[in-house]
Structure formats: structure tokens, C-alpha cells
Design a protein around this ligand. Structure first.
Ligand SMILES: *Cc1c(COP(=O)(O)O)cnc(C)c1O
Length: 462
């Protein structure tokens, strides 16, 4: 029989076994909390937050299997059983030859930057990421953005806004010479562009060009499974491939990777540096002892390694990723219906609200995205974060602010944590704030930390 219904709903491929109770707050309480936090959502206390969309980092819900794995922690200082399980999960799912665990992504970035970058080197990449660029700079290198121009345009509907621009890359190689470019830094699901994917075709072209010039490709694989899902949806020839096989193909086009397992890999803490080159791996496994811990634990407990090993396997499951990206899309579609300006296409890990178009009456130096994030919290207790001029920081040579094209508020969805009803509450709050947008005032920065200022900066209302 033919069904009369033309729409079939999907639902999460899990059910809830344990709940964490949330505290509801009044507007008056939230007003006080914001003042205490210097209008920086990073400085709010979690107990004052209702729906926490600050980040998808380390905030995922682990599965019952991961929790069971935590009980199997082998807390030996050296050669823990859990390390070998983790190592085989990396081999099976990502294909890299060697791996050292680190406490989180930036631990891996520190090591790879220290072993590969010399002072004066250039590191091209498909848009910067805060910690990645900082470690490159601390090692004496300079990051140069080679992402396609569409990535900087919140209205471009390009299906692969994470792609690199080959012409920009080629001209960098011409200007500096390949000796000055130790590697190109390629992120999957480009965070700062709004969780936008890179295509396999573009990655192949980058691979071909860099191989010709003997330049390595280091993959920021923090959200590789989400990227693979978009390839499956959008790239010709991939519709019938599994996310797992696409993930492996992406990794096979690169020489090594840094991973924040706190994102895709569904753990609350953990990361790693993976490499195919034996000599580089040996340097890395020596360096990890200095900064993280022995190469078989890298700053993690055995139980953390076990949870990460299991999480990696769960993260490349098609049903999981469909629901994960589907929930983000569900929220994004509601915002689009309400005519709220967001980055399109909708990305993999969150909704990025275009604060320049939301608050056209504010100048970028009045920190519109920071002001908007504070206003959303005040309205509903929903915590988001700034991804604009505050996050972009200052030029290390001139000391001037960077003025990024994209001035965004990021509503990042933790994996497997919230329901669609929570998403409805978020969308309704954004609608309310949008309705009253003309009343929102800008900020001035009254405290500015030297490194990664967005985490701890404080503001006052103008
Ligand atoms: C989070 C993140 C990192 C850094 O990882 P941490 O685990 O936070 O240290 C690096 N790159 C990208 C794209 C990220 O999202």
C-alpha cells in the first residue's frame, strides 16, 4: 500500500537512561550573572545556564558502553591495555600508522608545531583556528589563510565552503618556496567558517599540488565524521558509501592529524597526534613526554583512553551522524523561517548567527557578536559564544585588532545531549531577541588578556 504521508520524521538513534537536572533562572538572576561575568559567556557559572550551547567540546553525552569502558581502566603508568585498544581504533577507523595520545587537541597542536615548524616558516591553512594558529605562531611560524573567498561570505550557499583555493596556495609556494612551508594545515568541517565541509575532490587537488612540492598535509580532524556526512550528501559518487569509509578516505589523503576527541569522538577529555612518518612519530613520542606524559597515556587516565577508543567507533556510525547533523539542521531551519540571519549552508556542529546583519547599527569595534551572545543569555538562559573580532585577536606584529569578515554568534550543539524541545526553546528565544534587536547596545572591552583573549576578556555596556 502506498503511504498517504509524504513526510516521515526521524528520531535520535538512542534512548535516555540517566538525566541531569537543570536549574531555571529568572531574568533578574541572569542580569546579575552577566554583570559578574563581565558580559563574557565564558565567565558565567554553569549552574546559571539553562541550555548550554557554548561549545560542543567535551560536552557530549557518552554512551552506556563508553561508561562501562571507563570501569575497565588499566591505570598502569606504562603500556596500559587501554592504550592498545585506542591505538587499534585509530588504525581501524582513520588509518594513520602511528599515534600519540594527548590531553586534548591543543596538546597535539603544540607538539606538531614544535617538531615541524622553524622560525620564519609559513603555514597555509583553510581558515585559522584559535589554538592551532597560536601554536604555529609560538613555534615561530606565520599562518596564511588559503580558504576559498566564499567561506568569508555568510550568504554564499557554496556546498563546500571549507575548500582551499589552489591559486592562493600555489602563489604562496611561488613567493616563499616549498622549503619555508613545512606543511599545509587542512581542517575538515571548518569550525570558524561555520562548520563548513571540504570536498574530497578539493582535498585530492591539494594533495597533488603539495606532493609535487614535497609539502606535507596535516589534518585537523576534530570534526572529520561530520565532514564525511556532508560529502555523502553533496559530493558525486559518495551517496552509497558509509561515513566510516569516507572518513578513512579523507585521512588517507593526508600525512598526519591533530584531533580534539572532545568533539567528534564523543569524550569529555582527550585528543591525539597521528602521523604516518616514522621519524616524525619518534620525535613526537619523545616530545609528548615533556608536555603531556608517557607516549602510552599522553596526559590521560587509562579509563579516558578506553572511552575514546569506544567513542571513535561510535562517531563514524551513519545513524549517529545523521541524527547529530539533523538536529543542527532542525534548529537552523527554524531560524531561517524566522528570517534570522545565519550562515548558510547550515553547518555540522552549530548555528552561526550573523551578528553584523542582526545588529547593523553596531560597529565591529563595539563587539556586536559579544553583545548579542549576552542578550540571548539574558532572554532565556541559553549560552552561546562570540566568534568575531574578540576571537580573532590581534596581529602579532602590528598589535592591531584583526577585523574578520565574519562576526558571528555560535550556538554549538553538544552531541546526544539535548532534545528537539530544547531546540524549540532556543529558536523562540532568538526570535524574541531579533524582534527587539534595535534596543541592543554595544560594548567596550575593559580587560584584555594577552593570549586567546575571548576566553577571559571582560566588557562594559556602552
Ligand atoms: C577544539 C578545536 C581544537 C583544539 O582542541 P582542544 O581539545 O580544545 O584543545 C582544534 N581545532 C579545532 C577545529 C577545534 O574545534
Amino acid at each position: 500500500m502506498k503511504s498517504k504521508r509524504n513526510k516521515r520524521s526521524w528520531a535520535e538513534p538512542y534512548k535516555i537512561k540517566m538525566v541531569e537536572l537543570l536549574r531555571m533562572t529568572t531574568r533578574e538572576e541572569r542580569k546579575k550573572a552577566l554583570e559578574y561575568a563581565g558580559y563574557n559567556t565564558f565567565l558565567l557559572k554553569s549552574k546559571d545556564v539553562y541550555i548550554d550551547l557554548l561549545t560542543d567540546s567535551g560536552t557530549s553525552a557518552m554512551s552506556d558502553r563508553q561508561w562501562a569502558g571507563m570501569m575497565l581502566g588499566d591505570e598502569a603508568y606504562a603500556g596500559s591495555e587501554n592504550f592498545y585498544h585506542f591505538e587499534s581504533a585509530v588504525h581501524e577507523n582513520y588509518g594513520y600508522k602511528y599515534v600519540v595520545p594527548t590531553h586534548q587537541g591543543r596538546g597535539a597542536e603544540n607538539i606538531v608545531s614544535k617538531i615541524m615548524i622553524k622560525p620564519g616558516d609559513i603555514i597555509p591553512g583553510n581558515m585559522y583556528f584559535t589554538t592551532t594558529r597560536l601554536h604555529q605562531e609560538l613555534a615561530g611560524g606565520t599562518f596564511v589563510d588559503i580558504i576559498i573567498d566564499e567561506a568569508h561570505d555568510s550568504q554564499s550557499k557554496h556546498p563546500f565552503k571549507g575548500n582551499g583555493n589552489l591559486t592562493k596556495l600555489e602563489s604562496l609556494i611561488k613567493i616563499y618556496g616549498s622549503k619555508k612551508i613545512p606543511y599545509i594545515s587542512i581542517a575538515t568541517s571548518v569550525n570558524m567558517a561555520g562548520g563548513q565541509p571540504i570536498s574530497i575532490q578539493n582535498l585530492r587537488e591539494i594533495r597533488k599540488l603539495t606532493e609535487k612540492h614535497d609539502i606535507k598535509v596535516i589534518h585537523d580532524m576534530t570534526r572529520v565524521a561530520e565532514n564525511a556526512w556532508f560529502i555523502k550528501q553533496r559530493e558525486k559518487g559518495y551517496q552509497n558509501k558509509s561515513v566510516k569509509s569516507i572518513v578513512k578516505e579523507i585521512c588517507s589523503l593526508t600525512d598526519g592529524a591533530t584531533m580534539s576527541a572532545k568533539k567528534d569522538a564523543l569524550v569529555n577529555i582527550g585528543g591525539f597526534l597521528a602521523l604516518n612518518d616514522k621519524a616524525l612519530y619518534e620525535e613526537a613520542s619523545n616530545m609528548v613526554v615533556v608536555y603531556e606524559g608517557l607516549h602510552t597515556y599522553g596526559g590521560l587516565a587509562g579509563r579516558d583512553l578506553e572511552a575514546m577508543a569506544i567513542g571513535i567507533g561510535e562517531s563514524v556510525n551513519d545513524d549517529h551522524i545523521r541524527a547529530r547533523v539533523g538536529q543542527v539542521e532542525y534548529l537552523g531551519m527554524q531560524m531561517l523561517e524566522a528570517k534570522i540571519p545565519i550562515v548558510q549552508p547550515i553547518g555540522g556542529h552549530g548555528i552561526f548567527v550573523d551578528a553584523k546583519r542582526f545588529l547593523p547599527h553596531l560597529k565591529q569595534l563595539q563587539f556586536p557578536a559579544q553583545a548579542l551572545a549576552a542578550e540571548i543569555y539574558l532572554d532565556s538562559g541559553v549560552r552561546s559564544m562570540e566568534r568575531g573580532i574578540v576571537s580573532a585577536g590581534r596581529n602579532k606584529d602590528t598589535g592591531d585588532h584583526y577585523f574578520p569578515e565574519l562576526e558571528l554568534v555560535r550556538l554549538t550543539i553538544p552531541r546526544r545531549v539535548y532534545t528537539q524541545a530544547h531546540m524549540d526553546v532556543v529558536a523562540e528565544s532568538l526570535e524574541e531577541v531579533f524582534h527587539n534587536r534595535k534596543k541592543i547596545k554595544g560594548f567596550k572591552m575593559v580587560h584584555e588578556p594577552k593570549y586567546l583573549r575571548f576566553f577571559q576578556a571582560r566588557f562594559k555596556k556602552l
